[in-house]
Design a protein around this ligand. Structure first.
Ligand SMILES: Cc1ncc(COP(=O)(O)O)c(C=O)c1O
Length: 343
């Protein structure tokens, strides 16, 4: 073994300053500089539970960032941890390209039960941006490639891979890269979407496959659209025969009080993207969930069954979303008790 190799057993015992230096050297020097400016690298995080992080001096820090929506259940939710321990103890088979995983099958089944309408077809992946990529490809395939453009909202964020970035409105992220030509509209303005759909060609260059939106814009600064916006967009997309893709990567999983934010307006999208809190705060899971007729039209040919897959299709944990949906608000570990939450 290399003399500088650090074994796992040593990680927690070494000074935090070393981790900061290794991060600067091997991971992202710019990010370390940015966090230093905010004083964050001086905090040595030791443990976390619920909404509370405890540092090396025993100071309790209330985590208002909560990983931008990845910690709807808080840090280290006991039932998610327990589920992971059970699965690891049982030495289950989840990573095989030849044998189907029981966990993946049942996770897809359970997710379809939690989602409204006929959102029944579940593609599992590892991140939000992958879930959005799969959604865009699915919509494009639905139209057999004859419509390839999307309408997206200005200031939106749907991910940082090239496809997802091509429907992301945040110019600071877009400016360096060659992106697919899509159509940006102001967020909250359903009329702007209709105007574009009225004039766009039905097929070929410039033809529109779908509209992608966040029900509430997250990274843009938590922008809540006018009431009825999603419902209007749903009506317009139906009228013009294009697909509605909702990105609930930040808003989903009870973040806004219902399991999905779109449920507040009684809207069912054709394709839904989930990630972040789907992994219960302890795993990275993304999902693209579509209405069965949409999926079937896109990928009904057996030759296409490998067109959209990934090597690691989201193994466990089993976040307790089912019981959470019943109550529509997470009950969590002790850390939650001290954090304020809607009554
Ligand atoms: C609404 C939305 N969509 C997509 C993403 C990308 O998710 P990921 O970081 O898991 O790729 C984010 C990330 O912040 C997001 O807020």
């Amino acid at each position: 073994m290399h003399p500088d190799w650090i074994p796992l057993s040593e990680v927690g015992k070494r000074p935090y300053a070393e981790a900061v230096a290794l991060f600067r050297k091997h991971v992202n020097p710019g990010l370390v500089t940015l966090l230093e400016m905010g004083g964050y690298t001086a905090i040595d995080p030791q443990e976390a539970e619920g909404a509370v992080i405890i540092d090396a001096q025993g100071k309790r820090i209330l985590d208002f960032v909560s990983s931008y929506g990845a910690l709807n259940l808080g840090h280290n939710h006991p039932r998610v941890r327990q589920a992971m321990i059970e699965v690891l103890t049982d030495r289950k088979v989840d990573l095989s390209k030849e044998l189907l995983s029981r966990h993946v099958a049942v996770l897809a089944h359970n997710l379809s039960l939690l989602c409204p309408g006929d959102l029944d077809q579940v593609y599992l992946c590892n991140s939000g941006t992958e879930a959005v990529e799969a959604a865009l490809k699915l919509a494009s395939r639905y139209f057999q490639g004859k419509r390839q453009r999307f309408i997206y909202a200005k200031e939106s964020l749907h991910g940082k891979t090239l496809g997802a970035l091509s429907v992301t409105g945040n110019e600071r992220l877009r400016r360096y890269f060659p992106l697919l030509p899509n159509y940006a509209v102001p967020y909250g303005d359903a009329g702007a979407i209709e105007t574009l759909l009225k004039t766009a060609p039905q097929e070929g260059e410039g033809a529109i496959a779908g509209v992608i939106l966040e029900p509430i814009q997250g990274e843009a600064g938590v922008i809540v659209p006018p009431q009825g916006y999603l419902r209007r967009v749903r009506e317009i997309t139906e009228r013009y025969g294009v697909l509605l893709i909702l990105d609930e990567i930040q808003t989903g999983l009870c973040r806004t009080g219902t399991f999905l934010a779109c449920e507040a307006e009684g809207v069912v999208p054709d394709i839904l993207a989930l990630a972040k809190s789907l992994g219960g705060g302890l795993a990275s899971i993304g999902a693209t969930i579509s209405r069965t007729p949409v999926y079937q039209k896109a990928y009904d040919n057996p030759h296409d069954c490998l067109v959209q897959t990934t090597t690691s299709p989201a193994p466990p944990p089993w976040p307790p979303w089912r019981s959470i949906r019943k109550r529509n608000w997470p009950s969590g570990p002790p850390g939650w008790a001290n954090a304020s939450r809607p009554s």
